[in-house]
Design a binder for this molecule. Structure first.
Ligand SMILES: *[C@@H]1O[C@H](CO)[C@@H](O)[C@H](O)[C@H]1NC(C)=O
Ligand SMILES: [Zn+2]
Length: 427
């Protein structure tokens, strides 16, 4: 408030000074068009005139003195930002974006300084916000578009494979379902996470749940198609899916729990969450690692499938690295708020990795069919679709358990949010 006051005072002086020095500037603006002036007035009033009713500065002096005064550049940036909003979405409520200090602690992200949405947005605001630039927009789209890509691949496979009657295809069916679900859940979580602090937690609970189910999808398809020849029918092979179900429960509960300790112990929370996803990843990938090792020792013919698996592993490590390292925004806080921060790169790398994984799995499935059918276990209903259903139910139950303590507040917050939306409209 104080700095704003001084900026205003300074601005007023500069405005007068500037009028004396460059009267022409003002003349041009004032004469040009009334509608234009009103457009600009709308967003300036929104912040300045509503609070400091007494002081009124001729609107059109702003752009010029802004460049001169000390905090002018940030001010100008804000003005431009708001101006863009007014021009693009004239009939929709203009949701202002916030800086890190203006939002509650739960919403803050390290090294992301600006572009935060209102922490009590309505569901409609959340959806609209995905069409106008803020720090989450690209996070939303980098998982929403890939959802359609995977769905498209899934539909194409449906025409060439018999998912209904051919039990050999069921592991692939489960896997394809889950790689469509996880990006979709994630983009929804990013869209609706700013309705209230509680809804933010619940959104991310679902996101983590979908990711841990995805790890089950990997386990099921690896167990049936990717297992190295020499491991077929060992106890690991027989209990692979069962252990993977256990892993999803571990993963969901650890990652959800990590949100509760985030504010108090940020490092521990990050470690818990990373561990929660690394454990199922390592477990799922052990057979693949072993196959690749065997290959390096010279015991295999290099195949299409294996090169896809290697690309996948590369992107999987990149994904993990981006998740923990917070690069590049850590090097230049505030520079990557909208485009290029680690979470976006993390999304992209996860999706590219999943693409190669899918290609690898499909290639293995097609090329090893005859061999696997004579030597290995045939996929059973309970080992594939049944496992998915059981695990889905258990994980939803877990998410429910974690969400119950938050629900009363989540509902209360959506009640308050009605009034807060009205307030900001009145402003
Ligand atoms: C973006 O802003 C929201 C609040 O609107 C915040 O909760 C979130 O952590 C930010 N996301 C990133 C990736 O910085
Ligand atoms: Zn995400």
């Amino acid at each position: 408030m104080a700095t704003q006051g001084s900026v205003l005072a300074l601005g007023k002086c500069l405005a007068c000074l500037e009028f004396m020095l460059f009267p022409v500037w003002r003349g041009i603006g004032a004469g040009s068009s009334i509608r234009w002036t009103q457009g600009w007035e709308r967003y300036l009033k929104w912040e300045l005139a509503s609070r400091e009713q007494g002081i009124r500065i001729p609107i059109l002096d702003y752009p010029v003195w802004l460049i001169l005064c000390r905090q002018g550049h940030t001010r100008l940036r804000e003005v431009c930002q708001r101006g863009r909003g007014v021009i693009r979405l004239p009939t929709v409520k203009l949701s202002r974006l916030f800086d890190i200090n203006e939002v509650p602690k739960v919403f803050r992200e390290d090294s992301i300084i600006s572009g935060y949405r209102h922490p009590q947005s309505s569901a409609l605001d959340c959806i609209l916000s995905s069409f106008h630039m803020n720090n989450e927009t690209i996070n939303i789209w980098t998982h929403f578009l890939p959802t359609w890509y995977f769905l498209w691949r899934f539909c194409a496979l449906c025409t060439t494979m018999n998912f209904l009657n051919d039990s050999y295809a069921w592991p692939l069916l489960v896997y394809m379902l889950l790689i469509c679900i996880y990006p979709f859940t994630s983009s929804c979580a990013h869209t609706f996470s700013t309705m209230s602090p509680e809804s933010r937690h619940i959104c991310y609970f679902f996101d983590y749940g979908a990711l841990s189910l995805y790890s089950l999808g990997c386990a099921i398809s690896y167990g049936y198609y990717v297992m190295p020849d020499c491991w077929l029918n060992t106890w690991l092979h027989q209990y692979f899916v069962l252990i993977a179900i256990g892993n999803t429960l571990f993963c969901t509960s650890m990652s959800c729990y990590s949100r509760f300790v985030e504010l108090q112990f940020p490092k521990r929370s990050k470690a818990l969450r990373t561990g929660a996803f690394v454990v199922p990843f390592i477990f799922d990938t052990v057979p693949l690692f072993y196959r690749i090792l065997l290959c390096f020792w010279g015991g295999c013919s290099s195949s299409d499938a294996l090169s896809n698996h290697c690309y996948h592993l590369f992107f999987a490590f990149l994904t993990g690295f981006l998740f923990t390292a917070h690069l590049p925004e850590r090097l230049a806080p505030g520079r990557f708020d909208y485009i290029g921060h680690s979470h976006q790169l993390f999304h992209v790398s996860a999706v590219v990795g999943t693409h190669f994984q899918m290609e690898g799995i499909i290639a293995d499935m097609l090329s090893r069919r005859a061999w696997l059918q004579t030597h290995g276990l045939m996929p059973s209903f309970f080992g594939t679709i049944g496992a998915l259903v059981v695990s889905l139910a258990l994980n939803l139950g877990l998410i429910g358990l974690f969400s119950v303590p938050l629900l009363p507040n989540a509902l209360q917050a959506s009640g308050q949010q009605q009034t807060s939306t009205c307030d900001s409209k009145e402003q």
